[in-house]
Design a protein around this ligand. Structure first.
Ligand code: B1M
Length: 208
């Protein structure tokens, strides 16, 4: 097994310390930072994402894999910057106004990072203008909005409207337990994803 495959395997098992050590070793042995990212960390995270979609692994496994990815990224990030490796795009993610649930939103952030995005977490209870302002500041390609309550999902339309009224060309995707494709069509959002791994796929396709 190559060292990059070893990184992917250990990330899938959530072994943060081993991932960190393997990333250091791979860089020390001369692996390119972009290869360590794509064929090591992102390869492992993408398998976890697929397994999560198929209900073969659950939230805890995703969280520990994401923690291992973070550990590897701490070592890799400066090397990536030095090598001029850019994220595939910026995604701003937040929970809609009035809504304090953030576990699903955090999973979406992790999956987007695992797919190669730079993620700006706008937090919870975000009003429409906050999404617009953060997207402008970060030159975001995608805005992701999460809602867990039937009473707050309706606030997603205000975000879609605020983005349309601004000079942004940022795509808006939505998700969360009560949200559906029909609701997405109704409020004019650019896309709906039923789970965090699908959100990462959707974000990539919205950018394409
Ligand atoms: Co609340 N809560 N809660 N809650 N809570 C629910 C959502 C509820 C279904 C419980 C119930 O009654 N059975 C219910 C909503 C009913 C409804 O509207 N239909 C409810 C309620 C009513 C409330 C309060 C109003 C309770 C009260 O105070 N009377 C209150 C509201 C507070 C507020 O937000 N203003 C409230 C508060 C809370 C806590 C603070 C106690 C806590 C949140 C803690 C936190 O998030 N830090 C909490 C919790 C934990 C839950 C449950 C138990 C779990 C939610 C969760 O994290 N699930 C939930 C019941 C349940 O689901 N069993 C419930 C795990 C998470 C991984 O799933 O967020 O769905 P989820 O994310 C999924 C997908 O939906 C998707 O990807 C994720 C996984 O792949 N996804 C996206 C999510 N966002 C996405 C965005 C995307 C794409 C996909 O693109 C951008």
């Amino acid at each position: 097994m190559s060292i990059l495959q070893e990184i992917a395997e250990n990330l899938m098992k959530g072994k943060a310390n081993d991932v960190k050590a393997l990333v250091e070793k791979a860089l020390g042995e001369g692996s390119a930072p972009g290869d360590v990212l794509n064929d090591g960390l992102l390869a492992g995270m993408s398998v976890i994402g697929e397994r999560f979609k198929k209900n073969e692994v659950y939230v805890p496994e995703v969280l520990i894999a994401a923690r291992a990815m973070k550990a590897g990224m701490e070592i890799l990030q400066p090397q990536l910057a030095a090598a001029g490796v850019e994220p595939i795009g910026v995604a701003v993610v937040g929970t809609v106004k009035g809504d304090l649930h953030d576990i699903g939103k955090n999973l979406v952030c992790m999956m987007l990072e695992g797919a190669g995005f730079k993620v700006v977490d706008a937090g919870i209870d975000c009003d429409p203008q906050k999404f617009v302002d953060v997207a402008k500041e970060s030159s975001a390609a995608v805005i992701g909005i999460s809602a867990l309550l039937t009473t707050t999902m309706t606030n997603m339309k205000s975000v879609v409207d605020a983005v349309k009224a601004s000079d942004l060309s940022t795509k808006v995707m939505i998700g969360g337990a009560p949200v559906t494709q029909a609701f997405c069509d109704e409020i004019g959002a650019d896309g709906y994803a039923p789970d965090a791994a699908s959100a990462a796929d959707l974000a990539k396709s919205l950018m394409a």
